[in-house]
Design a protein around this ligand. Structure first.
Ligand code: PGA
Length: 250
């Protein structure tokens, strides 16, 4: 059985102090919970958040990283740097990175490989995000698009410990959540792809999260689907009460 993972993606919100206050409250309320609770903070808040989260069931991570080990890349942050700051996971290929910052599947594949190098020494769990646009959905291309993204992002990668997040682009930050049936169908496509790529036992171990306008109202039914193993929560993860309700629904 896969233990559900609930990931909060704070995007460009929360200063160090705000992050620490949030995590203190969250840890206080959820300290008996057996759920896996992850928070992807801004780079600046990783260290302060990790300090507060120490000894709790909350895991801190980053929202992005550069694919190179180090180098002349002004403004960029490496895997080693986020790890040293206290990140234990990293979101890769989020649709905002793909659409606003022009990240390609090939680039995301290089970042995946970089986390792999790091995983061998000291864990940095990649959470790979994929999903179709409204146009692709309306033209009936969901399976093709998801499989293309998976194939390119996981190219030349041996079975690794990773998490996958299915996030339909049309549902992110729009208030338009996928129905549980639509989401489950996409998760099944992903699970089948992983089974063909890495075999059943590996595919069965990988958590596939749903993301896109999840709220306390929609979480319960979504997380009740057999192939939905938790959620990637944007907007609702900024409100500690809502986030706790969503954790409770998983
Ligand atoms: P949302 O964001 O919950 O605000 O739609 C999800 C995400 O961007 O991961």
């Amino acid at each position: 059985m896969r233990t559900p993972i609930i990931v909060g993606n704070w995007k460009m919100h929360h200063t160090i102090q705000q992050a620490q206050e949030f995590i203190r409250t969250l840890a206080h309320v959820t300290h008996h919970s057996s759920k896996r609770i992850f928070i992807a903070t801004p780079f600046t808040a990783i260290r302060g958040s990790a300090e507060v989260a120490k000894g709790t069931n909350i895991v801190i991570g980053a929202q992005n990283m550069h694919e190179a080990e180090s180098g002349p890349f002004t403004g960029e942050v490496s895997a080693e740097m986020i790890k040293e700051a206290g990140a234990r996971f990293v979101l890769l290929g989020h649709s905002e990175r793909r659409h606003l910052f022009h990240e390609t599947n090939e680039l995301i594949n290089r970042k995946m490989k970089r986390t792999f190098v790091h995983s061998q020494r000291d864990r940095l769990l990649p959470i790979l995000c994929i999903g179709e646009t409204l146009k692709e959905r309306e033209s009936g291309q969901i399976k093709r698009v998801l499989c293309l993204q998976l194939e390119a992002c996981l190219k030349e990668i041996d079975p690794i410990e990773m998490v996958l997040a299915y996030e339909p682009v049309w549902a992110i930050g729009t208030g338009q959540t996928a129905t549980p049936q639509i989401a489950e169908e996409a998760h099944l496509i992903c699970r089948e792809f992983l089974t063909n790529l890495w075999g059943q036992s590996t595919a069965e171990r990988i958590n596939i999260l749903y993301g896109g306008s999840v709220t306390p109202e929609t979480a319960f039914e979504l997380f009740g689907q057999p192939n939905i193993d938790g959620g990637l929560i944007g907007g609702a993860s900024l409100d500690v009460k809502k986030f706790i309700q969503i954790i409770g629904a998983s």
